[in-house]
Design a protein around this ligand. Sequence first.
Ligand SMILES: [Zn+2]
Length: 218
Amino acid sequence: MAPRSPERGRLYRRCGCRRVDGRQFGAACPQLKGRSPHGSWAFAVDLPSADGRRKPRCRSGFPTRKAAHAALERALTCERTGLHGDEDLALAAYLTEWLRTMEETLKPTTFVRYRDYVRADLVPSFGRIALQNLRPRLITAWQEAELAGGRGRTTVYRIGATLSSALGAAVRARLIADNPCRYALTPRPAAQERICWNPTQAAAFLRHNHTVSALWLK
Ligand SMILES: [Zn+2]
């Protein structure tokens, strides 16, 4: 299936063959019109510039039209968002580096918990995925699998919160545009939010309520 046409830019085939004068044929090589595969896929796009003049950006060497299309989309995204992330940076490497930077700022107990979640859960589950390719549906699927496997809601929540914290740092570092955990993580389990009062606090609450009711009924 041919990928959807990008809003801006164009995809074409070009090659490195040269004319007699030494200049490249580019997209005009006669062999590109033949049936046998020749050259590679390329994209060209005009990026806006401050002086209003056309600033073309071209890249070639893609094996398929789809690969050229994906690279064009990335170029447009980077241009729009100012991101400068490495598209090959795997989560294993990113999370390890993030942990290293957190060691100095976190309380030791918090750091140990983050480190254990990163090593035992996040790297085995997401480590091979590129940071830029982590999607909410992958996080949702991981959560569902963990819960189905008998993992406690609170633990799954905490591991997810650790991932969210790491990805939030990636957003601030302009490595990714958005934190996919925002759209994927289930809310904190209700038991975590339940307020437990001691008898003195409970009595104070009841007294307060009584006072409020008394005022209201006057
Ligand atoms: Zn050629």
